[in-house]
Design a protein around this ligand. Sequence first.
Ligand SMILES: Nc1nc2c(ncn2[C@@H]2O[C@H](COP(=O)(O)OP(=O)(O)OP(=O)(O)O)[C@@H](O)[C@H]2O)c(=O)[nH]1
Ligand SMILES: [Mg+2]
Length: 634
Amino acid sequence: MPREEHFIVATAGHVDHGKSVLIRWMTGTDPDRLPEEKARGITIDLGFAHLTLTSAQPGGPGFHLGIVDVPGHEDFVKNMVAGVGSVDLALLVVAADDGWMPQTEEHFQILSYLAADRAVIALTKSDLADDVQASIQAIRDRVAGTRFAEAPVVPVSVVAGRGLGELKAAMWQVLAGTVPPQDLGKPRLPVDRVFTVKGVGTVVTGTLTGGLFRRGQPVAIQPSGKLARIRNIQSHNREVDASLPGTRTALNLPDLAVEDLRRGDVITLPALGAPGETVDALVEISPRANHRLKDGARVHLHYGSGHVGARIAFFDRKQLASGERGLAQLRLEGPAFTFAGDRAVLRDAGELKTLAGVTVLDPTADRGRFRDPARISFLLARAESPAAVQPYVVTQLARDQVANRSELLANSRFSAAQIQECVSQLERQGKLLNAGDFVIQTEAWKSWRESGARAIDDFHHAHREQGGMSLREFRAALSPLLPKAGLFELLVADLCRNGFWSDAGVIRRAAHRPALSETLEAECARLRAILAAQPYDPPSRQTLTRNNLAEQALRYLIETGEVTAINAELVLATAAVSRAVEMTRQFLRAHGPATVSELRSMLGGSRRVVIPLLERLDRDGVTLRDKDRRSLHR
Ligand SMILES: Nc1nc2c(ncn2[C@@H]2O[C@H](COP(=O)(O)OP(=O)(O)OP(=O)(O)O)[C@@H](O)[C@H]2O)c(=O)[nH]1
Ligand SMILES: [Mg+2]
């Protein structure tokens, strides 16, 4: 089976250069569908068509193209930007009789800002060219040294019926070397049209990227956060069960009214993040542009198929000149749903001019502590490689110290599998650790653990008579340090694996013993003396602990390990138990298997003590019992 892949192609180029006529010729579909477009003979809004490109060689891949035809008129550049957000291949059109014109240049810069790096250039109206080769050379000169330097330039003429085959072949050739749009499990459909169909209900269309949509799937509409379910899906005018990334897609959302949706909204999955009203970004002005961007300027941020007013605040400068890049905060006039790494475009507030390109670094930033050094180093690090997963995770954790897995997934352009792999790798390198649902920076965790240990030690020092610090007090001491709920419990568990003990609402060093009062100390001394006097025939536990004080003292001696409880009635000094083990071993080694009475006379105790003591030695694996004799366990 030959490969079948889906790609999005968008036109670009100056008004009247023949984009729409070319698309109609290529696909049979007239992309100009509005009556006003027909009346004025220009494109006003986005038009759509599709095309299948088959391979010239048998067995070569076939490509299904969703085509977006954009307007070239300077008044409608904002519609143009809405159409080229997820383009895989730009079809840049230059009319042979007119050459490279202002909107050819503006569209070219927009494509560069949006990181569109594949293009085929159509030299249209070649029937009107005086010298086709000279026109081709003029275009080559314009794109020399840019990302489109290698783009094929193909002369075409709709009037003369020339060049269509060559143009399609050139498009096929470029796409054959292009990685098709990926399924990251994170579908986003920036809405470009909303309408209602009788008997069907609300329908939205857009270009799907990042993942699949399936019939019946619940979806979220951003930035409103409304929820809906997909009833039907169409792709390239056919009903489908699932729509693939890189396709023009129509979703039927009968739960919503037309008024609930508008161009610029994003249809996505509920778990993929939230919109932000403050976006920290890298802003760049093309060296081909001839303007500056001033700190504090009011601009329009064009992202996906939408746009929103914004004010720009540079972190480190008063203005940005052409050919420069700078970090800035975009303070939006409304919420925008973007992902880190997304590209966007800034135009002026009057929508007359394209000003700059934007790479989103933090889609949900905040406006407080504007020049916080932690934020600046986060942004500088992220700006270095905004498309790579490892810097994304590392920068997030360097800033926040801890993240939920779902937080790493939200508003990012990486799949769950990519993030998981990166986290595991960083874990193996000792930079991160995984605890519950959290991914935690190792350094931060160590410092919290040290602070926790210090708080407990300080408590022991100040309250020697107490068994430990109450967990409530411990939580209050640590909560200013811990950035998220749920970390405290993990920290307590971790401390308890590392030399601490927590029980009955209290935490302490495992080895900590409360200092005893004088009376209790004296009682302990009395018990020690009794147990030492008759090590293998002491009084019963009941006799030893006639009163509360004695009971308390015995419990203390058992807890500290000085006394061993053999059973409910019998306690022995731990030293006596150890001595019994030694003596029994020596005796059995010297004399071979022995009876209880032989061992009893060797130890010199009563049956009341020796029988449970020997049973204990059996349990501890010191002796091995065979009927009435015991031998040494190997
Ligand atoms: N001579 C000649 N005229 C052409 C050719 N292709 C298009 N035209 C004419 O150029 C004019 C503009 O064509 P469109 O396709 O509407 O131009 P466009 O680039 O889509 O214009 P906008 O969408 O408004 O930017 C029309 O009058 C076409 O007839 C061609 O190959 N040769
Ligand atoms: Mg047109």
